[in-house]
Write a protein that binds this ligand. Structure first.
Ligand SMILES: [Zn+2]
Length: 348
């Protein structure tokens, strides 16, 4: 199999953003498209409540989901397919926050399994790829433990200011990484562009949606009602030391390759930063490359592709081992190791 170049895959969301994705990809923004802040890259996941939005479509007209279902071992490798069936077990996005995102969080696997009949939660992680202005921040975790009654009151009254002030404001710069465990309340600050890895779902609980083009009272609780939905929120205190652990990486792994995210991320996804020196070797694996700068070339046993800033490429397992060459920077996104994720019903 050959590596597959992926076109943009955008659809409307309820918050503003998108120009930085066009700038990265070198595409022209659609007229009037102020609400295209996400680009789902190599996605077999649909947006919550939609049967279509989010799915990557291949040149031959099939969705990637259909193509993987027809050849899970070719795309994913045998070990992965034995563990997760025909799910890549990974969702990758480009996300540009044209405005600060609403305060929200995501359920973990146990909550999703119990209440949403879904084996995946939505632990996510960010690789910062761009910022605007001098004071880019993300808001992350309550600074002091949050009482459940107070949280319910802030959400019911949509008192976004105290909610936001209760979170840590964490400055970010290009190249930084942040692991966001399921449950941790967060909001990406205005102007931040990121490569996002997450479990393959679109499950969000909204805490502060006032001012956004969404009726959070109706659509913010996953159909569970807020009394139940707020049970997925991590209300514990996040000190600077605790936050620092989410921002760590693993350092060099092999020439031209640095492993991103702390070990706590491994059950959910893995990622590498490629900066070929002059080459970076890649083992055979289902992976998604996002080129954040420079240009070069991907060579695999199955085929080669030119790479330039903004390119996104799906490398199927059956493309085999390969390498990346050139003066470029890329994020290589990988699913969890086959023995690390949840048991997926329907997997052989
Ligand atoms: Zn989120």
């Amino acid at each position: 199999m050959k590596p597959i170049r992926l076109p943009a895959n955008r659809f409307p969301r309820f918050y503003r953003g998108g120009p930085a994705i066009d700038e990265l990809r070198g595409t022209t923004p659609e007229a009037g498209a102020a609400f295209l802040p996400e680009d789902w890259v190599g996605s077999t996941t649909t947006a919550f409540g939609s049967g279509v939005d989010g799915l990557t479509r291949l040149e031959d007209g099939r969705t990637l989901r259909e193509a993987v279902a027809a050849d899970p071992e070719g795309f994913l490798g045998r070990e992965h397919a034995e563990a997760y069936g025909d799910s890549p077990a990974l969702l990758v996005k480009l996300l540009h926050a044209g405005e600060r995102l609403p305060v929200h969080c995501h359920p973990d696997r146990e909550f999703a399994r119990r209440h949403l009949d879904c084996p995946w939660g939505k632990t996510e992680a960010w690789v910062i790829a761009g910022t605007e202005g001098p004071e880019a921040v993300v808001h992350l975790g309550f600074r002091e433990a949050m009482d459940p009654g107070r949280l319910a009151g802030l959400v019911a009254g949509q008192r976004v200011e105290p909610l936001l002030a209760g979170l840590n404001a964490v400055p970010v710069a290009v190249g930084d990484t942040v692991l966001v465990p399921a449950g941790l309340p967060h909001a990406i600050g205005q102007g931040v562009l990121l490569v996002e890895l997450q479990e393959p779902t679109d499950l969000s609980v909204l805490l502060g949606w006032e001012g956004f083009a969404i009726d959070g009272r109706r659509h913010g609780h996953l159909g569970l009602g807020f009394e139940l939905a707020l049970g997925c929120v991590d209300r514990s205190a996040w000190s600077q030391d605790r936050l620092a652990r989410l921002r760590g990486g693993r350092g060099p792994d092999r020439p031209g390759v640095e492993r991103l995210f702390p070990a706590e991320a491994d059950p959910f996804f893995r990622a590498e930063r490629l900066s070929p020196d002059p080459t970076a070797r890649l083992e055979a694996a289902f992976s998604i490359l996002v080129v954040t700068g420079g240009s070069g070339r991907l060579e695999t046993a199955g085929g080669s592709l030119e790479l330039a800033r903004g390119a996104t490429v799906l490398v199927p397992f059956a493309a085999g081992a390969g390498e990346v060459r050139g003066r470029l920077a890329a994020v290589r996104c990988l699913p969890p190791a086959p023995d690390a994720g949840p048991t997926v019903q329907g997997a052989p």
